[in-house]
Design a protein around this ligand. Structure first.
Ligand SMILES: Cc1ncc(COP(=O)(O)O)c(C=O)c1O
Length: 905
């Protein structure tokens, strides 16, 4: 990534800011100690000053004061001021602590201009910043800021500082780079162009908006800001025809519209109210109140209130470890101020509704048993026995088991393989369209209910969710979509990820459906396609659905605990379904089937709190996770020693060229800007979530499991999953730059040990090392595709599609007499593969890694499946007992089944 001083270098700006202040500090201290000079300080300040315009602290006046001190040659005060600013920015302390103002005449001005938020009394009030986009000349800005500060009252629950900019482009840059901005006031009559250089931003804005007038309307800017950061509260002020502005449909993106001059206090109160609405956590707030009440229980859960713990001679340490509040906040009750997760009407309902607002859904359901349960709930709610579900064979086992339980018939579609790394990518749209067109040609589209995909995949592949849904809806306008976003719930809070989420795409499609131009676009394409377009033509065309026919039905599940501040197992189901009313009762049945009747109060509270956090600081946290990932990628791949043995795979290595239509290669390619990233996000079939880093360790002689173990046992580093020759690192909202430092130091140490071993071990050691790395990196087994279901389980299946009745096969295995075991390496297996009868799996066999079912119940095993199993060198294989062999359905039992299934078909 380039690091020059353009204002639109968004990916690195946040971390580069504190680095630049540290650089300025070094220059200032050297000048003060007589070893440096003023020119160096001036140069570092020039670097800083453009970016600083987008932050409230130090702000225009303190920066001006600093510049004066530099100009006056006052090296001592300069060094002191730079140190204060730099420390406060690094620690974030400016929002909580009083500056002492000791630094000579630097101190006086600090006292004068620092906001009251920095004085002791207000130290604990949450702090944020408000962006004012103003047509007023910059000379008036200090006065405007002072007027805004004068509106503060002791009663205010929060406190904010204004940041003022004077152009449309600056406003967008400020909203992107400064995550502390939570509200924006847009005034009419602001010029479009910034005086600064912003080529990447211009490219994207010009492409998106076409030619805008030089003073674009405020509502246009408001709409764009909301598109980039839906978490912003937007206020529009005008000094003419406020009524006309308010009645414009485009005003929907603004929280309030004000007649500029007369309503300053109202505006201030509205801003605070907007924050209060997000700050509120109905369930958690109530649980805290509940914990303070004296309550006697004649109910289950003796641990509640802690009496059985704190009075005990033997388990008191548990109480001491967790603290009293955990026990006071425990209860089996669903009344008396608490609520029932299974049938919420009170504060859980309210918390779920607030989560729906935050996540861009119509409804949200909290789940306390992980996304494993959320997926089963959605599958059961939407799919009846015999319905066909097009599903990624590589998806999490909860989908497969959900289908077994509900009787849905999986039509497995294959993700593209990444054989060298023993993992799969994601399912190409061509495979999905082919499945749908096959079903259409056999007149069986009516049996298809659901498309079920993982987004993003473990390894970071994000679908073009909008395109997938649009093209599928063009073939089947009422198809339902389930996006398993277990890993990427936090994606909602990044403009670089959100459009690729199920809910992000649903919002875009909803907007498209009501745009009158959409019907015209559909009809034009129909004319081009002609009355009976060939399959080839349909496969090759980016299909447009008929907006009048589409029923948009989108579900998303996310493991809130995997990417946000929820306690383990906290998960959510998000619903954006125009026909939800038609499935609501069965949705509740699915909740009753799977949810515990004793859901954990703390998990529910943490879901509520995770939502609050993301609404108030999610944007900055996710940006930080992305920035950390980009740093890790860059350091590992360019470090002279680490890069000899380790490598983080780029987009070009995880996504074949054909799926990167924009020409995007990777984040690390020199000259790549965030505009290229946005283009890739918009156009490519698959896009790599940069926070998911596949670290190849095979070249260092480690298989994934071994390396994961080494990092954990020797270095206290935990990583995500493994493959044969890689481990997956994930940057998250909790990571800091110290974590990067620790990781890099450890990798340097490991590489040093390898080098030492190779040096001292002689030729023998070097040969052994080469053989080990070759085996890990090149002797990799081919990944077997799903073969087919045995005919015994395809009674009502079509000729060209491969769905099957997995549930019948699964339950056959309950009868021991229906099953046989054959050792994996026995000649019997080879004989059966060659001459039959078919080897048919009786159960799921899921090796970890790679973690997807190599066999499912009723599947006919092929040579590829057996070869893969024989080469597999992992210890954990669910569903396979090596002492007994493969569990198969006996051929004679299949014969009987076949007859029944044929009769049924
Ligand atoms: C794609 C996917 N979906 C669902 C799950 C299950 O989520 P949870 O652990 O919240 O039950 C996982 C877990 O790893 C997953 O990877």
């Amino acid at each position: 990534m380039p690091t020059n001083n353009r204002i639109d270098n968004f990916f690195i700006m946040q971390s580069a800011r504190s680095d630049r202040w540290r650089g300025a500090l070094t220059a200032a201290q050297q000048w003060a100690s007589g070893h440096g000079n003023r020119a160096a300080v001036e140069e570092s300040m020039a670097d800083l000053s453009i970016v600083e315009e987008f932050y409230a602290y130090p702000g225009v006046r303190l920066m001006g004061h600093l510049r004066e001190k530099i100009a006056a040659g006052d090296a001592g005060v300069t060094a002191d001021l730079v140190r204060r600013f730099s420390d406060a920015i690094l620690t974030g302390a400016y929002s909580h602590q009083a500056e002492s103002g000791e630094a000579g005449d630097g101190g006086d001005i600090l006292q004068e201009v620092l906001p009251t938020v920095l004085s002791g009394r207000d130290a604990r009030r949450p702090y944020f910043e408000v962006l004012l986009v103003s047509p007023q000349p910059a000379s008036r800005w200090p006065t405007i800021s002072a007027e805004m500060r004068r509106l503060r009252r002791v009663e205010d629950s929060f406190i904010y500082e204004p940041v003022i900019v004077g152009s449309f482009e600056d406003a967008i840059c400020a909203a992107i780079v400064n995550p502390k901005i939570l509200a924006v006031i847009v005034a009419e009559g602001v010029p479009f162009r910034s005086l600064h250089d912003a080529p990447a931003l211009r490219r994207i804005l010009d492409e998106t908006l076409g030619k805008l007038p030089s003073d674009a309307p405020a509502l246009k800017l408001a709409g764009i800001l909301k598109g980039v950061r839906p978490d912003l509260d937007i206020y529009v002020t005008t000094d003419h025809e406020v009524e006309k502005l308010a009645s414009d449909p485009a005003a929907a993106c603004a929280r309030r519209i004000f007649y500029a001059v007369e309503e300053m206090l109202e505006l201030h109160l509205a801003i605070l109210e907007g924050i209060q609405e997000r700050f509120e956590t109905p369930f958690f707030d109530n649980l805290k109140r509940y914990a303070q009440r004296p309550i006697g229980t004649f109910h289950a859960l003796p641990i509640a209130r802690g009496k059985s713990v704190f009075r005990s001679e033997w388990i008191r340490d548990m109480g001491e470890f967790y603290g009293i509040n955990l026990f006071l906040a425990e209860s089996s009750a669903t009344t008396g101020g608490l609520d029932s997760l299974l049938e919420p009407t009170g504060n859980i309902k309210k918390a779920q509704d607030m989560a729906a607002r935050a996540f861009g859904a119509d409804h949200v359901f909290f789940v306390t048993n992980g996304t494993s349960t959320s997926n089963k709930m959605v599958v059961q709610a939407l799919v009846a026995p015999g319905d066909i579900v097009i599903v990624d064979r590589n998806c999490h086992k909860s989908h497969h088991y959900g289908l077994v339980l509900g009787g849905g018939q999986p039509l497995y579609v294959e993700a593209f393989p990444l054989t060298q790394y023993s993992m799969y990518g994601a399912v190409p749209l061509q495979a999905i369209k082919k499945a749908l067109l096959d079903l259409r040609d056999e007149g069986r589209l009516d049996r298809v209910r659901l498309l079920d995909l993982t987004n993003c995949t473990f390894d970071g592949h994000m679908y073009n969710t909008r395109r997938v849904m649009e093209e599928c809806l063009a073939i089947k306008p009422d198809l339902i979509f389930l996006w398993d976003e277990a890993w990427s719930g936090f994606a909602r809070w990044s403009p670089f990820l959100r459009p690729r989420t199920g809910m992000g795409a649903a919002a875009a499609i909803k907007g498209w459906l009501i745009d009158p131009a959409s019907v015209a676009a559909f009809e034009t394409q129909q004319k081009e396609l002609g009355p009976k377009p060939s399959r080839e033509k349909l496969m090759a065309t980016r299909l447009i659905p008929d907006p009048r026919q589409v029923r948009l039905r989108v579900y998303q599940t996310n493991s809130t605990h995997k990417s946000m501040s929820a306690i383990r197992q906290g998960s959510m189901v998000l619903v954006n379904d125009v026909d939800f009313g038609s499935v609501e009762s069965q949705f509740h049945e699915a909740i009753f089937t799977h949810a515990s009747t004793s859901p954990n109060q703390q998990i529910i509270a943490s879901l509520d709190v995770a939502r609050r956090q993301m609404e108030l600081e999610g944007y900055g946290l996710v940006m930080n996770a992305i920035s950390i990932a980009l740093k890790i990628r860059a350091i590992i791949n360019s470090h002279p020693i680490i890069s000899k043995y380790f490598k983080v795979l780029g987009a070009n290595e995880l996504i074949p060229d054909a799926f990167r239509q924009s020409g995007f290669v990777d984040y690390l390619v020199p000259g790549t800007t965030w505009a290229d990233v946005v283009k890739s996000m918009r156009e490519d079939e698959f896009y790599l979530d940069p926070t998911r880093m596949t670290l190849v360790c095979g070249n260092a002689g480690f298989d994934g499991t071994q390396f994961k173990g080494l990092l954990a046992s020797r270095f206290n580093i935990q990583v995500n999953k493994t493959s044969r020759n890689s481990v997956l690192l994930q940057s998250n909202i909790n990571n800091t730059r110290s974590d990067i430092a620790h990781l890099v130091r450890v990798l340097v140490e490991v590489c040093g040990e390898i080098e030492e071993r190779l040096k001292s071990g002689g030729e023998g050691e070097r040969k052994a090392f080469a053989a080990r790395t070759k085996s890990l990196m090149h002797d990799v087994p081919d990944l077997p595709n799903f073969s087919r279901f045995h005919d015994a389980f395809r009674g009502n299946a079509g000729k060209h599609t491969i769905e099957g009745d997995m549930r019948t096969a699964f339950f056959m295995a309950y009868d021991a007499k229906s099953c046989e075991y054959i050792p994996l390496n026995s000649p019997e297996i080879n004989k059966r593969l060659e001459k039959g009868p078919d080897l048919v799996s009786a159960n799921f066999v899921i090796p970890y890694p790679p973690g997807f079912p190599i066999m499912v119940p009723g599947q006919v095993l092929t040579q590829e499946t057996i070869d893969f199993m024989r080469k597999l060198d992992v210890k954990e294989i669910h569903g396979y007992e090596s002492s007994k062999g493969l569990k198969l359905i006996r051929p004679d039992k299949l014969e009987g089944k076949f007859a029944i299934s044929k009769a049924a078909g």
